[in-house]
Design a protein around this ligand. Structure first.
Ligand code: ADP
Ligand code: MG
Length: 569
């Protein structure tokens, strides 16, 4: 090879590699799942590219993944004849922390105090290719991109540098050659040169992979004269059965979980597994997952994975945003549609009636799953809401069709409990006689809200107030008119009537009395504060503070005003 160049890893990548090399990660076997998952993605991409680009001169007649063992050299090679990478891609994708392009993981890794903390982070993030360094002390990657002539060779022993070079004779696709750690040689648990071991791992983690995963295996038989005879044959290790096409009771929980890890590029477990099928005019199968943890980039605009679209078992695209609404963007999974063209583009999908029908059904199904969860598994629901509530609430604004269901599955902090959130239904249950509105206050934190002067009268009268602290709360409370006939009323705006009819009458009489008494003072204050306030009134809301500022019923809340100002409006 020519042109060998040595480069430095970024600091965070080095830190990650260091962790991998000294991994005490309980389950080292998962490196193979990661490499096979990458190979499978590369094959999907090549097939798609060859559909789209008729000039691409590649042979796609035998797309597959191959495992090759050299016991003497102690190497394991994972090879695919997929899309491959060019030099720039190798530098970008392999040489830097791939999916953690988001600054957040880096930041967190930098802050992580010890190995255990970092391992937990890795568990949440997934580290894909780098997991090779759990089992190898040197990794060589040789790759050539489909349609290009020169290949690239990347090599690193996981310390501070890697080398990169051009190669002339690389086959199209990618080979990852793992130089297995010598210290694992004696340990049969980590014998990644054993065909049994490899077969077991593939069966366990990658059985559903759509492409054949092949390996040459030896078979020992007794020949007629009693001596051992060794023959070799190529064996396909995985069953290649699409999980979403199989019926629910044929698939084990473990299989579902491993599939989730593959498509979501995740290392956590799914909180909920949702298979569904539609027959008839629009035939499709779907398999959706609600993850256990919210990803770090939930609020970043360029997320990569979401729901994948397949057409008749052929992978078409990642993160098909037309299949689920924005506010369910944390849902992972696949949809396999039978009647779409393999040539569909994102533009066509937006207009497609079938896609819209699928989207409606998936949305309803996810929401009803959460509703069931809330009814039957409250703890799980609480966990779900803690992770995803602030995203789901975006739906209260954007998805008017499902608003009732969304309101039914939403929970909020409230003055009724320090630790537990309440549903609106429970709030309504606890409403006082004569109370006709659901009271809330929005702001930055629970602490701030609780010390607000607006709170005093409500606390005194024992009237419950929802404490809304997510940015999205500002938006939905003004666009959702009511829940079960009860309107939402900010306690910081307009007139708030508290108490029963009799109490109100008594309070009114008292106020008129007082207004006479304080008439001079009020008009003096109004004149003095003319530029700053619209009106000065006596109030029954305060019990210990002398005064507070309130908004008009229809004016913006201070927080919303800040939001608009911040966005330059
Ligand atoms: P992820 O798979 O989550 O993106 P990885 O670390 O596993 O993260 O891989 C990083 C990137 O490197 C992949 O997204 C892909 O673009 C590229 N890559 C890895 N393995 C292969 C391969 N066998 N063929 C082509 N590209 C690959
Ligand atoms: Mg990967």
């Amino acid at each position: 090879s020519t042109n060998v160049e040595q480069r430095e890893f970024q600091a965070e990548t080095r830190q990650l590699l260091d962790l991998m090399i000294h991994s005490i990660y309980s389950n080292k076997d998962t490196f193979l799942r990661e490499l096979i998952s990458n190979a499978s993605d590369a094959l999907d991409k090549l097939r798609l590219e060859s559909f789209r680009n008729k000039d691409l001169d590649v042979d796609t007649s035998d797309l597959h993944i191959e495992l090759e063992v050299d016991k003497d050299a102690r190497t394991l090679t994972v090879r695919d004849n997929g899309i491959g990478m060019n030099r720039d891609e190798v530098v970008d994708l392999i040489g830097t922390l791939a999916k953690s392009g988001t600054g957040e993981l880096r930041q967190k890794l930098r802050e992580a105090k010890d190995a255990a903390a970092s391992e937990e982070l890795i568990g949440q993030f997934g580290i894909g290719f780098y997991s090779s360094f759990m089992v190898a002390d040197k990794v060589t990657l040789v790759t050539r991109k489909a349609g290009e002539k020169t290949g690239t060779r990347w090599e690193s022993s996981g310390e501070s540098t890697y080398t990169i070079a051009e190669v002339d004779d690389a086959p199209q696709g990618t080979s990852v050659i793992l130089h297995l750690k010598p210290e694992d040689a004696e340990d049969h648990l980590f014998d990644y040169t054993s065909q049994w071991k490899l077969e077991e791992i593939v069966k366990k983690y990658s059985d559903f992979i759509a492409w054949p995963i092949r390996m040459e295996v030896s078979r020992t038989t007794k020949s007629e004269d009693g001596t051992d005879e060794v023959t070799f044959e190529t064996k396909t290790l995985n069953s290649q059965k699409a999980l979403w096409a199989r019926s629910k009771d044929e698939v084990s929980e473990e299989e579902y979980k491993d599939f989730y890890k593959h498509i979501a590029h995740a290392w956590d477990e799914p909180l909920e597994i949702i298979p569904l099928k539609a027959e008839g005019t629009f035939e499709y199968q779907a398999l959706l997952f609600i993850p256990e943890h919210a990803p770090f980039d939930l609020f970043a605009r360029e997320r990569r994975t979401g729901v994948q679209l397949y057409v008749k078992r052929v992978f078409i695209m990642d993160d098909c945003e037309d299949l689920v609404p924005e506010y369910l963007r944390f849902v992972k999974g696949v949809v396999d549609a039978q009647d779409l063209s393999l040539n569909v583009s994102r533009e066509i999908l937006q207009q497609d009636r079938q896609i819209r029908a699928i989207r409606r059904r998936l949305t309803k199904k996810v929401l009803s799953t959460v509703k069931d969860m809330a009814a039957k598994e409250p703890e799980k629901y609480t966990k779900f809401w803690r992770e995803f509530g602030r995203v789901v609430k975006e739906g209260l604004i954007s998805d008017t069709d499902n608003r009732d269901t969304l309101l039914a599955i939403s929970s909020f902090d409230s003055t009724a409990s320090e630790s537990e959130q309440t549903t609106l239904a429970d709030y309504v249950e606890r409403m006082k006689d004569g109370q006709d509105a659901i009271y809330y206050l929005t702001g930055e934190s629970r602490q701030l809200l609780e010390s607000s002067p607006h709170m005093e009268a409500f606390r005194d009268k024992g009237i419950e107030v929802l404490l809304l602290t997510d940015p999205v709360d500002e938006m939905w409370v003004t666009s959702v008119p009511e829940f079960e006939g009860k309107r939402f009323q900010s306690i910081a705006k307009g007139d708030v009537d508290l108490g029963t009819e009799d109490e109100k009458k008594a309070a009114e009489a008292e106020r008129e009395e007082k207004e006479k008494e304080f008439g001079d003072l009020l008009s003096w204050m109004k004149e003095t504060l003319d530029d700053q306030v619209k009106d000065v009134r006596l109030s029954s809301r305060l019990t210990s503070s002398p005064a507070c500022i309130v908004g008009d019923t229809f004016s913006m809340s201070p927080a919303l005003e800040r939001m608009y100002k911040a966005s330059g409006q």
